[in-house]
Design a protein around this ligand. Structure first.
Ligand SMILES: Nc1ncnc2c1ncn2[C@@H]1O[C@H](COP(=O)(O)OP(=O)(O)O)[C@@H](O)[C@H]1O
Ligand SMILES: [Mg+2]
Length: 231
């Protein structure tokens, strides 16, 4: 469904991604693992069109989408949950969700009701302002908001960052449910145990290069992978 082919991405003169390639098949959960500063966020931003690569190609559903603007990527069915969440602090939880609602290419099954079924905690917080939520609640809201656009594909940037262990468990369960309903996910993470438990296939990135890849069964007990990921 998504193929990133040999991309190089720069911030100004800083060369950040070197020849990064990865593939995500339909209805798969694929992870991009690496320590802080490895290039995970830049890879997702390159796919989303926020930092277009200067070399290489990105194909989404067989079409070359390299350099496509972010809002067009959303229309093509790409959902994006940035690491900094970007929820509206002055709007309530319910309002944050309502303004994101649209029939997407992925269908129309996600609406306020169904995202509240997935995240019951958010339903209790319907009238609470976004800015008053805890970090974990904001994470859930950011994912719920992306779902309101009914994407076919979800880019998730470090959803477990700063979450208490009990919330990480909940999130793991929720992402499994998304997979069950057929959503395709590319998950950027540092949390290796959480991530490999969920994914079908993984890529390890270090210093802007993919240095390892394989089915999760092969990555899970790999000492080198643990070392690269800093655990
Ligand atoms: N806006 C930016 N301008 C310049 N360098 C950046 C910018 N954002 C990130 N970087 C650098 O790019 C590298 C990769 O960062 P990032 O993709 O955010 O890594 P990760 O998400 O894996 O932590 C880091 O060395 C970081 O310092
Ligand atoms: Mg990051």
């Amino acid at each position: 469904m998504l193929a990133v082919e040999n991309i190089h991405t720069f911030y100004g003169l800083s060369h950040i991604l070197f020849d990064v390639s990865l593939e995500v098949g339909e209805s798969k959960v694929v992870c991009l693992l690496g320590r802080n500063g490895a290039g995970k966020t830049t890879t997702l931003k390159s796919i989303m069109g926020l930092t277009p690569p200067s070399r290489g190609r990105i194909r989404f559903k067989q079409k070359d989408i390299t350099g496509t603007l972010p809002f067009r990527m959303v229309r093509k069915g790409m959902g994006y949950v940035p690491d900094d969440r970007r929820i509206f602090a002055d709007l309530t939880v319910g309002e944050n969700l309502e303004i994101a609602e649209r029939k997407g290419i992925g269908g129309d099954e996600w609406d306020k009701q169904s995202v509240y079924d997935l995240f019951p905690k958010l339903k209790d917080l319907d009238h609470r302002r976004g800015g008053l939520l805890s970090g974990g609640e904001q994470k859930m809201l950011a994912i719920a908001r992306a779902l309101m656009g009914n994407p076919q594909f979800l880019l998730l940037d470090e959803p477990t960052e700063g979450l208490a262990p009990v919330l990480v468990k909940t999130l793991e369960e929720r992402i499994r449910r998304l997979k069950e309903v057929g959503l395709t996910v590319l998950l950027a993470e540092q949390n290796i145990n959480f991530t490999l438990g969920l994914s079908d296939y993984g890529y390890i990135i270090d210093n802007g290069r993919i240095c390892y890849q394989g089915p999760v069964e092969e990555l899970i007990d790999n000492e080198e992978v643990k070392k690269i990921c800093g655990i």
